[in-house]
Design a protein around this ligand. Structure first.
Ligand code: CA
Length: 218
């Protein structure tokens, strides 16, 4: 089982890596927020352990960007911040659990097992409309008899639209969903992405409402 550890404290990181390896896991350890954000987009991790106080990008922002990109990896926040607000904010942003430092390894391992089991047992979620279906497990999209696996950004865009069929999303709302914090966005990037999706799945896959934005029909 591959584990992503995002932690800037060297003694804590060393201790965690040793303990996780001793428990039979393979661990990739990154030490700042930006590297954490990049690594989280790799969907090969069974779980990620995320510290909040990180150099570069704060752990909360790392988590928020990952969920906006459709990253479904379970995230367990490990932090010394014990304020109730930050705990609630972390869970609101898509963390699966929260463990306060200092913690005992057996408790961390037990909580990790729960999250990994929960993920494995979770039925694949399909978002459907009358003409399209998006599989959130495989990132496969079907429209009008055309089926293909989406790129990460195509998936993030279609996921945003398929969550609320019939609802118009503006360019700003779409950009917010598919690009990371601080990422440069070309002015026509959304159009380019939508053009690519229409080419694969037909023009009716995403409809444009001039001056307002885009939607998938119900
Ligand atoms: Ca830290």
């Amino acid at each position: 089982m591959r584990v992503l550890l995002i932690e800037d404290d060297i003694p804590i990181g060393n201790g965690l890596v040793a303990a996780l390896k001793a428990a039979g896991m393979s661990v990739d350890w990154v030490r700042d927020g930006l590297a954490g954000q990049d690594a989280l987009r790799d969907d090969g991790y069974a779980i990620a352990l995320l510290d909040l106080g990180l150099p570069g990008i704060d752990g909360m922002a790392v988590l928020q960007a990952a969920r906006r990109h459709g990253v479904a990896t379970p995230v367990l926040i490990i932090t010394a911040r014990d304020a109730l607000e930050s705990r609630v904010a972390g869970l609101d942003l898509g963390a699966d659990d929260y463990l306060l430092k200092p913690f005992e390894m057996p408790e961390l391992l037990a909580r990790m097992r729960v999250l990994v089991r929960r993920r494995a047992g979770r039925a694949t979620l399909r978002l459907s409309t009358s003409t399209a279906e998006l599989d959130t497990g495989t990132h496969e999209f079907t429209h009008d008899g055309q089926t293909a696996i989406l790129t990460a950004r195509e998936y993030a865009l279609l996921h945003a639209l398929m969550e609320r069929p019939g609802l118009i999303l503006s360019r700003a709302q779409i950009e917010e969903r598919i690009y990371g914090w601080g990422e440069e966005v070309e002015s026509n990037a959304v159009e380019v992405l939508i053009h690519a999706i229409r080419r694969k799945f037909g023009k009716g896959a995403i409809l444009n409402v001039r001056g307002a934005g885009w939607l998938v029909p119900k």
